[in-house]
Ligand binder design. Structure first.
Ligand SMILES: Nc1ncnc2c1ncn2[C@@H]1O[C@H](COP(=O)(O)OP(=O)(O)OP(=O)(O)O)[C@@H](O)[C@H]1O
Length: 659
């Protein structure tokens, strides 16, 4: 049997069949061992020969053939300490299943190993360093996605991240005249005027902004702050929070607003507060003829004066008309501008109007065209005393002996206001703001400041706390009926009702009047007055309608989005979005026409069934879904109004068919 012919090399080496060469070899080996033993001084020396830790490559080989080691020296190996770490013995592994021939081969290999070992000095103490465990790397895994708010502030303008966050209830009493200004920096005259108008405390936006804008000493109230950096200002505060009063102007101011109605409203505020201060306030909206406005704005239309010749200290205007005057009115100049105020800034910056902003900014800077300094006849064309200091270095007088020649800075301070201030970096960059300081009036949540800023950036707008919001989802054919239900069953009057266009405004007013006539048979209440207000009406008529509404002679003003921004009518107790707004900004401005200056107010949005998903998503994205109450109006609720409604609908159809 093959197994019988297999013998272990150990047995083989001890058998009588040893070859002569082998015997010779073993004899020599014995002799060498004896010589070595004599030479080996002691164990410690041997240890030294193998380094401090006692390990060497030969150690490993020794381990593999312990049986051949000199037993006279004490041998301590790592395996002795930890037998489990001992590598398998090569010899045993090789033995298994080998035939004789293989054995002979193996024997030769063995002998080679033994001879090699014989030449190596045998270590007596072996310290084996355990192989350090391989480092364990974590399994690959997707990193946690950054939060929405963390993403929102990525790459944001540092000025916005550093915004001053103002609590909406941070109010401050306005001290009466004759006392200290209480830190408000308001003059005695202004405090008196404010008290006379019933304003006895400053709202949050005013409490923060006024001390920032108003000089603390007379030294700072000079017209041109040549060497002092003026920081621009961006204000984001809810609707009706008093941003207009925070726009205190001194010296020369230009206030740009998106509509004529807002221009008129701001003018009224200036007239009330500026009374007795000698400030001349002008407006330019296109409401009057161009030549009429020119005569109001400048003293001299015939000559061309580099310093300009203004008749007003403050100009309140729409951007289109402003550009008309910049291009077409001689001596109309913005070089002396100290304040540039852009109200409803997000809307104005979104409109190009002949690139109005670039033209306005360039008009506040020095001209680079020296030819402007000369008349067409070649004579010098300026009165240097009235040229703005920042324009002086451009003059062909290199040696004007004045400190103003020390490269004065442009002293125009820009101020942006809106309840929905733009976060579009491209638009902000176009304004070339100088170290802008942001003020953000927003209710704090428990989540910390970073989240408040990201809320602003993510257009999660802050609403007046006194506003109650509702939505009614209905079929589109039932929408007028739902509106009548609000007015006649829920007493929604003193209301602004927003539709999507001038045309639907006119149509709804007609239907309302027809319905009310039919309904009056069933009611003894005095009729409500409803009127339409849209860009379809002439300016004069619009003005008169707004006055009647302010005087509460009109109870329901059905309007387009023309007056969805900025208009301040204190008694508006309801806002109805008859057509749902298409974006959150529009929603914020519409509902903000009520619940102003701390008063309570109610907003209603009628949402057609097919729009409901979009509208709800819009609210959800702005984190505002929970604040809007969903109301159900059943057939039973409107049953009493239905006959009059159906009749008035038929009448309207006939009326349109006839016209
Ligand atoms: N400190 C105050 N105390 C009492 N009423 C104030 C105060 N400041 C402003 N108001 C009144 O609050 C109302 C709203 O102010 P304002 O029109 O300035 O709001 P706004 O922030 O500009 O709103 P919007 O974003 O809608 O234009 C105005 O009628 C104004 O007279």
């Amino acid at each position: 049997m093959a197994e019988k012919s297999v013998t272990s090399p150990a047995a083989h080496t001890g058998s009588k069949t040893k070859t002569k060469a082998k015997k010779r070899y073993l004899r020599r080996k014995k002799e060498r061992r004896k010589v070595r033993e004599k030479q080996r001084p002691n164990v410690a020396d041997a240890s030294k020969a193998h380094g401090a830790d006692g390990s060497s490559e030969s150690d490993l080989e020794d381990d593999q053939d312990v049986g051949d080691k000199d037993v006279s020296a004490p041998i301590i190996t790592q395996q002795d300490v930890d037998p489990e770490s001992r590598p398998p013995k090569r010899r045993k592994t090789i033995q298994v299943g080998l035939n004789v021939k293989a054995n002979q081969e193996l024997e030769r290999v063995d002998e080679d190993i033994i001879m090699a070992e014989a030449e190596e000095p045998a270590p007596s103490i072996v310290h084996r360093t355990p192989t350090p465990p391989l480092p364990i790397f974590p399994l690959p895994a997707l990193p946690n996605a950054p939060s929405k708010s963390a993403l929102a502030i990525q790459g944001l303008d540092k000025a916005l991240i550093d915004a001053e966050l103002v609590e909406p209830d941070n109010v401050m009493p306005i001290p009466a005249e004759g006392t200290d200004d209480g830190g408000s920096r308001l003059s005695e005259k202004t405090r008196k005027r404010l008290h006379e108008s019933g304003i006895t405390e400053l709202f949050a936006v005013q409490t923060s902004l006024l001390p920032f804008l108003l000089p603390s000493s007379n030294a700072q109230s000079q017209l041109y702050l040549s060497h002092q950096l003026i920081r621009d200002v961006c204000v984001s505060a809810p609707t009706g929070s008093g941003k207009t009063l925070a726009m205190v102007t001194q010296l020369r101011a230009l206030i740009v607003l998106p509509t004529r109605d807002l221009v008129m409203q701001v003018r009224e505020t200036f007239e009330v507060l500026g009374k007795g201060r000698g400030l001349k306030v002008g407006t330019a909206t296109g409401q009057h003829s161009f030549s009429h406005e020119q005569a109001q704005l400048v003293n001299d239309l015939s000559s061309n004066l580099l310093g300009g010749s203004s008749r007003v200290d403050v100009l309140i205007c729409t951007p289109g008309r402003l550009i008309d005057h910049l291009n077409g009115t001689p001596n109309f100049t913005l070089q002396h501008l100290r304040f540039l105020v852009i109200d409803e800034a997000d809307r104005l910056l979104a409109q190009s109007f002949q690139d109005w902003l670039a033209q306005v900014l360039s008009a506040t800077r020095a001209s680079n065209t020296p030819k402007d300094f000369f008349t067409s006849q070649g004579s010098l064309n300026l009165r240097p005393d009235i040229v703005a200091p920042n324009m002086l270095p451009q003059l062909p007088y290199p040696h004007i002996p004045t400190f103003l020649t020390e490269s004065p800075e442009n002293s125009c301070q820009k101020m942006l206001f809106s309840a929905t201030l733009t976060r579009d970096p491209g638009k902000i960059a176009a304004l070339q703001l100088r170290e802008p300081k942001y003020f953000v009036v927003q209710k704090s949540k428990d989540t910390g400041d970073e989240n408040r800023i990201s809320d602003v950036v993510m257009e999660k707008f802050s609403m007046p706390s006194t506003l109650q919001e509702n939505m009614v989802v209905c079929e589109s054919s039932q929408k007028p009926l739902m509106f009548f239900h609000l007015v006649f069953d829920q007493n929604v009057t003193d209301a602004l009702v927003f539709t999507k266009s001038a045309e639907s405004t006119a149509r709804l007013v007609r239907l309302f009047n027809l319905f009310q006539k039919e309904q009056s048979h069933n009611s003894d209440k005095p009729p409500l007055v409803a009127r339409a207000y849209s860009s379809d009406l002439p300016v004069g008529e619009r003005k008169s309608i707004l006055e009647q509404f302010r005087a509460q002679e009109i109870h329901i003003l059905i309007c387009s989005d023309l007056i969805s921004r900025g208009i301040d009518i204190s008694h508006v107790s309801h806002v109805v979005s008859y057509d749902a707004p298409i974006d959150m900004r529009k929603y914020v401005h519409r509902v903000g026409r009520t619940a102003r200056a701390g008063r309570s107010g109610c907003a209603w949005t009628l949402v057609e069934e097919q729009e409901a998903r979009y509208f709800k998503n819009m609210l959800r994205e702005a984190d505002h879904f929970e604040q809007v109450k969903r109301l159900r109006v059943s057939d039973k609720d409107v049953a009493a109004l239905k006959p009059a409604y159906e009749l008035s609908l038929r009448q309207l159809k006939d009326a349109y068919a006839r016209s």
